[in-house]
Design a protein around this ligand. Structure first.
Ligand SMILES: *Cc1c(COP(=O)(O)O)cnc(C)c1O
Length: 228
């Protein structure tokens, strides 16, 4: 049985996709060059499934444990789902994360890189990996500092044997995001990476204008989340 909320999510998905396509055109970028990562954190399988049925296949979650409660079943039912971890990853959760996720967007330290390499070998799985950059150098926020990003990406490749596909950032919530998007794009270009995960419900169109290849949109699709 559909609750009004659930049918809303599919409608909101269509609107967000429409806005992304318009932002691509506006920035003279190829149609479809931006992937929507639908952020389903705090919503249960019942709320997520209508969005899958509407055609969405790429999803983001910020907690490993919460994801284990809903995604194994959904992934069994819809095998072409691509699941992104967009929240901090503790090394004691690496085994579970490698089992469940397809992309880790939050690689940000050597200890984690080593643990991921080891666990991917054990499981014979190769996940796609992004490095999280703390563009605002915020004390509480995860991510490598902008000036340390190139060295870290190189260490991932040369010391840890991990290929890094792109960069991800969450700008400070109380600042205009555009300078942070521009900084992330500049870093990626300098390092020679083509994938940029940036932009959320409030600013994904701005992120597309600055070259985002992945936008992570939650509340604009699923509705507002209960405050933590
Ligand atoms: C929750 C979250 C999002 C989505 O935020 P909305 O404002 O709901 O679109 C994007 N990225 C990260 C890392 C998140 O934790």
């Amino acid at each position: 049985m559909d609750t009004p909320n659930q049918s809303d999510a599919a409608g909101h998905l269509a609107e967000v996709l429409e806005n992304i396509r318009a932002a691509e055109r506006e920035a003279e970028r190829l149609a479809g060059s931006v992937t929507l990562v639908a952020v389903s954190k705090t919503f249960d399988a019942e709320a997520i499934e209508p969005v899958i049925k509407a055609g969405q296949r790429t999803f983001g979650e910020n907690r490993v444990q919460e994801s284990q409660g809903k995604w194994p079943g959904l992934k069994a039912k819809y095998p072409d789902i691509e699941l992104h971890l967009i929240g901090p990853l503790q090394t004691n959760k690496v085994k579970d994360a490698v089992e469940l996720f397809d992309v880790i967007e939050t690689v940000d330290r050597d200890k984690l890189a080593r643990a991921l390499k080891k666990e991917m070998e054990v499981q014979g799985k190769s996940l796609r990996l992004f490095v999280q950059v703390n563009t605002g150098a915020e004390e509480q926020k995860a991510g490598v500092l902008p000036e340390a990003t190139a060295d870290f990406v190189n260490r991932c490749r040369d010391e840890h044997g991990l290929e890094i596909e792109g960069l991800m950032a969450i700008p400070p919530f109380d600042e205009p995001p555009a300078p942070h998007f521009a900084l992330l794009a500049k870093l990626a270009k300098e390092i020679g990476l083509k994938t940029l995960s940036m932009g959320m419900s409030a600013d994904y169109e701005i992120a597309v204008a600055h070259g985002a290849t992945h936008v992570r949109v939650g509340s604009a699709i699923f509705g507002t989340r209960p405050k933590p």
